[in-house]
Design a protein around this ligand. Structure first.
Ligand SMILES: Cc1cc2nc3c(=O)[nH]c(=O)nc-3n(C[C@H](O)[C@H](O)[C@H](O)COP(=O)(O)OP(=O)(O)OC[C@H]3O[C@@H](n4cnc5c(N)ncnc54)[C@H](O)[C@@H]3O)c2cc1C
Length: 426
């Protein structure tokens, strides 16, 4: 005998637990709209923690991202951010960074311009909003402060000596120091996440702070790899500053790293407490478009579950997360089999030179939507009036080259939620 699948109804089903999916969930809850979200680990764990809005144009850093948005239509016709009013993008981006703060990780509110934030290899990147634990690093770089960069014996993904060497011309007042992390200094490999969880214990903080104090010397501030706790990093950061007696900033390590893990764990724990129905670690295996709803089927330990959604937002990301797949000669969207805008042949996916400054056509491939973020069929009509898409899956953008990952995810999630709310009469 085959058991009948269990059935759940929801106003909005959000497919994907990346930045776009969680941003959509935040905006649904803000509007009092019932939402159910499902998805697996995706690209979120890889981010530096920085929220980029739009950072680069043709390889050149953008100082004023808000002005750059206004120029986007001319420079990138068809870009998803170019079809939204600048004020709406700003409202969405500010609300999301504020919401992350309310949930438990403080972010520096986006300002009038981009900032130069630190990367693990001793380079700076242009971004819009950064975690509060990293803010002193932006100021230290801008002012060229005397700073000691610390790495830890056995730590994977960060070298203070490399950081200092690469910044030598830009930031001469840097020096490097290597310390043993309490109880992990035996010479074996150690991962940032393990150190971050250990620093949630006061005794470990006290022991590490004592070792840091011994190397501060005349430094005005201290740079550490991002290991200051997974939960409540602001509390761990403040406690360490007090124990060391100097301003401290975190530097993201190589992905996957603690800042992304923090965001994932925060959102997974705090959002259900605010009313989101989160089906984590499960992917929608099948989607059925009904006349007045969308059915999404997944399987848990007890069998099949069908989510009957009045509206659905597809936020399944690109190749890394499984939102797009590349077959031998064609790119596909595997869940709904939506048309994917793509180069005419596989030979056109990539340019000859991997580092060609014009980028690769495959990175602009994706799902085409209308101004209400509804995916379009081959004839240019909405595939279904209740289906929307948001985030990196969208066509017409190249978030890696433009450094617009978070901005694209957040703004288009806002647009998709607004359109879904319209269908729901909310
Ligand atoms: C190495 C790296 C570094 C990055 N650094 C930055 C940075 O510094 N700043 C920045 O702004 N952005 C950064 N990003 C980009 C950012 O993390 C996101 O990739 C981007 O914002 C897109 O988010 P998304 O939600 O659209 O897609 P993703 O984050 O890829 O999320 C897609 C989600 O959909 C889920 N999914 C897929 N198929 C299904 C299905 N059938 N059913 C249910 N769920 C499904 C996946 O499990 C995943 O949870 C970085 C990304 C990478 C890979």
């Amino acid at each position: 005998m085959t058991a009948e699948p269990r059935r759940i109804t929801t106003d909005v089903a959000i497919i994907g637990t990346g930045l776009a999916g969680f941003a959509a969930a935040v905006f649904c809850l803000d509007r009092g709209i019932e939402a159910l979200q499902l998805g697996h680990a995706g690209a979120l764990s890889y981010t530096t923690g920085y929220f980029d809005l739009i950072g680069y144009d043709g390889g050149r850093p953008i100082a004023d991202p808000w002005a750059a948005l206004a120029d986007l239509e001319a420079n990138w016709p068809g870009h998803p951010l170019a079809r939204m009013p600048r004020a709406t993008i700003e409202r969405a981006f500010r609300r999301f960074t504020q919401a992350i703060g309310e949930l438990g990780i403080a972010y520096v509110a986006p300002g009038a311009g981009n900032v130069r934030a630190l990367l693990p290899t001793g380079l700076a990147k242009t971004t819009c909003s950064i975690p509060a634990t990293m803010a002193a690093g932006v100021a230290a770089l801008a002012d060229g402060k005397r700073t000691v960069i610390i790495d830890l014996v056995g730590l994977v993904g960060f070298s203070a000596a490399e950081f200092v060497a690469n910044f030598a011309a830009d930031w001469p007042a840097l020096r490097a120091a290597r310390l043993g992390f309490p109880d992990m200094d035996g010479g074996g490999e150690a991962h940032p996440e393990v150190m971050a969880r250990a620093l949630e214990v006061r005794a470990t903080r006290e022991r590490l702070a004592e070792r840091i104090r011994a190397v501060v010397g005349d430094a005005e501030c201290v740079g550490l790899p991002a290991i200051l706790g997974v939960h409540a990093p602001d509390r761990v950061h403040a406690a360490m500053e007090e124990l060391v007696g100097s301003p401290i900033f975190e530097i993201p390590t190589m992905p996957p790293a603690v800042p992304g893990l923090r965001l994932r764990e925060l959102l997974e724990q705090a959002m259900p407490a605010r009313g989101l129905r989160l089906v984590s670690q499960h992917k929608a295996a099948r989607a059925d478009l009904r006349p007045d709803r969308i059915d999404l089927t997944h399987r848990d330990n007890f069998g099949e579950v069908v989510v009957e959604a009045a509206t659905a937002i597809l936020a399944t990301g690109r190749f890394l997360s499984g939102g797009l797949t590349a077959e031998r000669t064609v790119l596909r969207e595997p869940l709904f089999d939506l048309p994917v805008e793509q180069p005419a042949s596989r030979a056109d996916w990539h340019r000859e030179d991997c580092f060609d400054p014009r980028g690769h056509a495959i990175n602009r491939a994706g799902v085409i939507v209308d101004d209400d973020f509804r995916p379009l069929d081959a004839a240019g009509a909405p595939v279904h009036p209740r289906l929307f898409a948001a985030g990196a899956i969208l066509a017409g953008q190249d978030w890696v080259r433009q450094r617009c990952g978070a901005g694209l995810a957040i703004a288009t999630a806002w647009g998709a939620v607004e359109a879904a709310a319209g269908v729901l009469g909310r």
